[in-house]
Design a protein around this ligand. Structure first.
Ligand SMILES: [Zn+2]
Length: 495
């Protein structure tokens, strides 16, 4: 009896596994259906907002929307209207709060690796060929790599380099040139020279790259320009493009670099363009919502350029927009503001925390006895915040006595040489290694607007994925960041 029961169970399991195998087979046939060679995209745009989760995205929609009670409305971004939405997990081999090197490697190459590792497995030796390299070698597509941060920074580098450490900047720069990719644009090369070795810029020129860094020369680029390195005319912290909030008509926007990318890359065989907005992440590390939101809006403008292109090539284009991980633990809603938000007060912020730090640095070097009142005047001018009891048209911008005392203490700390500042658990939580004054100003303004921050680092929040165009349906549902590579590989038809 017992024996017969066991045989029955074995039979049942066999049937079940057959059904399962059939189901999987059906699914994979379905996956590949619609991707015959005539139905594959010829033009693929991969947009990555570094540190950008659905919270950062929605914060931009709230900021641009209507904040009036009784008439609350979001102002949608272009890509949040895409027909397909998915959700990706972002953990890496090191952490549930992963870094940009490992997450970009997962997106570009479909493998999990350690934080800090680029284009290599957990053994830090085995190279994984990424989607851009596959498209170049197997389909002869032209490849564009665009970023607001340095082009040998982790995220862009994961699309052309393989290195056990993201900090091997010079070597990664050499791999950039060696890639033979067609269009690099945005920020500069970090550490372009190393211990007396030749400059990466000189080597790029010697390897056939046209280098341009004036607005006129960038605007003149076209399909006849050959291999191009187009660098932002003005650079900010660490050689990146300036924050969008700090730009003026001397600058080329991210959208401008994407448009030029299309001009340079457009050809009969096809192209792949990876576009990263890297300073969304940096602003979130520093807990500066206005700078971050402004960069998301600039990122959205860049996506719109791809959407315009897709309208001209509707059956040949795929646009994917996602992030690599969340940064800052941002929330819409804060302990002291309860169910209220006041995002409109962020519009009083005129510059990024970086630009503010630069101004304060200049004032300090011109006047060693800089007073709090002088700095407070600047805080009012550039962030709208006013001292308690001051005449203010907008009450939401008036500092409470507690906030004012916080600002005074932060000013005091900020005026000390950095090695003389208080360093304990409390200041680590308050300032997170940033300049005490500017981080306190943005904390106070953000909190008053109804924005909370829980970290100065990355977090484990899953990241939304938006897709539009040929193969869009594959991006629906919940999956891992490594799956994005596999989906792209299936859609474009490379091994
Ligand atoms: Zn980061």
């Amino acid at each position: 009896m017992k024996k017969r029961f066991v045989s029955l169970m074995v039979l049942l399991l066999c049937v079940l596994s057959l059904v399962g195998a059939e189901g999987t087979k059906e699914q994979s046939t379905q996956t590949m259906q619609g991707f015959g060679s005539s139905e594959r995209p010829k033009y693929v745009f991969m947009f990555i907002g570094d540190g950008m989760s659905h919270v950062q995205i929605n914060a931009a929609q709230v900021f641009n929307g209507n904040n009036t009670k009784g008439d609350i409305a979001l102002s949608p971004l272009s890509f949040t209207q895409f027909p397909v939405l998915g959700l990706q997990t972002t953990y890496d081999a090191t952490s549930f709060c992963p870094d940009s090197a490992s997450t970009a490697t997962s997106l570009s190459s479909g493998i999990k690796t350690h934080s800090g590792v680029l284009g290599m497995g957990v053994d830090k030796t085995t190279k994984a060929e990424n989607i851009a390299e596959k498209l170049k070698s197997q389909k002869d597509w032209k490849i564009g790599i665009v970023s607001t941060v340095t082009l040998n920074h982790a995220t862009p580098a994961a699309y052309y380099a393989h290195s056990p450490s993201r900090n091997n900047y010079y070597d990664i720069g050499l791999q950039l040139i060696g890639s033979g990719f067609d269009y690099f644009a945005g920020g500069s090369i970090n550490k372009a020279t190393d211990k007396g070795q030749a400059s990466i810029y000189d080597l790029a020129k010697a390897n056939g790259y046209t280098f341009v860094d004036t607005k006129e020369a960038i605007e003149a680029l076209d399909a006849n320009s050959g291999k191009v390195y187009a660098q932002s005319p003005r650079l900010q912290d660490g050689g990146s493009m300036p924050y969008s909030i700090d730009t003026d008509d001397r600058d080329v926007s991210l959208a401008g670099f994407v448009q030029k990318g299309i001009d340079v890359l457009d050809n009969e065989k096809g192209f792949f363009m990876m576009v990263e907005s890297g300073k969304i992440d940096w602003a979130c590390h520093a807990n500066d919502a206005a700078a971050e939101i402004s960069d998301i809006l600039a990122f959205d403008d860049a996506v719109k350029v791809a959407i315009d292109f897709a309208q001209k090539h509707p059956n040949e284009t795929l646009i994917v927009v996602t992030g690599d991980h969340e940064t800052g633990g941002m929330t819409i809603g804060y302990a002291s503001t309860g169910y209220n938000t006041a995002f409109e007060i962020l519009k009083n912020q005129k510059l990024s925390y970086v630009a503010f730090d630069e101004i304060i640095k200049g004032m300090k070097s011109a006047n060693a006895n800089l007073s709090f009142d002088e700095v407070m005047e600047l805080v009012t001018k550039d962030f709208g915040l006013v001292a308690p009891n001051a005449n203010a048209t907008d009450k939401a911008l008036v500092l409470t006595e507690v906030e004012y005392a916080r600002l005074q203490e932060a000013f005091h700390q900020s005026m000390l040489p950095s090695d003389k500042r208080t360093k304990d658990d409390v200041t680590a939580l308050l300032y997170g290694g940033y300049d005490p004054l500017s981080v306190t100003v943005t904390h106070i303004l953000n909190n008053k607007a109804g924005i909370g921050w829980t970290s100065y680092s990355h977090t484990g929040t899953p990241i939304s994925v938006y897709a539009k165009g040929v193969g869009e349906q594959l991006f629906s549902g919940s999956y891992d960041n490594t799956d994005i590579f596999h989906k792209l590989r299936d859609i474009v038809g490379v091994n």
